[in-house]
Design a protein around this ligand. Sequence first.
Ligand code: OAD
Length: 255
Amino acid sequence: MDETMRAAAMLREARHVVVFTGAGMSAESGVPTFRDDLTGLWSRYDAQRLATPEAFRDDPDLVWGWYRWRAARVRAARPNPGHVAVAALETRVPTLTLITQNVDDLHERAGSSCPIHLHGSLFAPRCAGCARPFPAELATADVEPAEGRRIAPPRCAICADAIRPGVVWFGELLPEDALAAAYDAATACDLALTIGTSGVVYPAAEIPRIAARSGAPVIQINPERSALDASCDLNLRGGAATLLPALLRTAWHTP
Ligand code: OAD
C-alpha cells in the first residue's frame, strides 16, 4: 500500500483528528513562510527588530507598518485547496480540532469552524497598555500599507497607549486558553496531522509530539524534512495544496 493510501485508511478510521498547521499551509496562497531560504520572512527581516515587545517599544511605527503590510498581503490572498480540504475534513470525521500557528485567517475563510490560534491573529489588534481589543476596521483606516512603510499605530481611546498587533511575539506567553485546549486535544486525539511547519518553535511544536507520546499516529505533510520527522509515522513529501485534497479523495473516493 502506498503512503497516501495508508494515510487515507488512518483518516477514515479516526474518531478524533488533530490538525496542526504552520506557515507552509498558506505558502501556496502566496503568504510567505518564516524559515524557507530566500523567501522566508526571517531570512529577509530581523525578527528581533520586528517581533519582540522591545522592538515595538523602541520603534512602534516600524513594527506597526510591517504588520499592516503583512495583514494587507493576507487580505489579498485566498485560501488554497489545502485549506479547503482541512475544512472538508471537519465534516468527515467525528471530531476534529484544528490548531494553527498561523496569524492569517485563511482557515476561517475556507470554512473551518473554530481554529485554535496559538500565535494570535493579524486581525485582532489590542492596546499595548490596557489590553482592550481595538476595532480592526479603525486600525486600517488611515495610511495604505506597503513593504517598508512606517505607520504610526493608533492610540487607545481609554488609556491613550499605542495599539499593537494581536500576535504573539518572541519572549511572550501564548494565550493560556488556546494552549490548554491544544494540549488537551493533542492528548485525547487518535490521529494527528502536522502540516507545513518546521516544528522548531516551542511550545507550539510540542503539539504533534504530545499526540505521538499519547499513542496517536502522526502524519506529516511537508515538501522538506523537518524537526518533526522522527515523531511522525508517515512523512508525505509534497505541498499541502496538492497532497491534502488527494488524501481526502483517496479516503472517501470523492472526485
Ligand atoms: P516555518 O517557516 O518555520 O516552516 C514552514 C514549513 O513549511 C517548512 O518546514 C517548509 O518546508 C514547509 N512548507 C513550505 N511550503 C509548503 C507547502 N506548500 N506545503 C506544506 N509545507 C510547506 O513556519 P512555522 O513552522 O509555521 O511565530 O513557524 C513557526 C512560528 O515561527 C510561526 O508561527 C511564527 C514564526 O516565528 C510567531 O509568529 C509567534
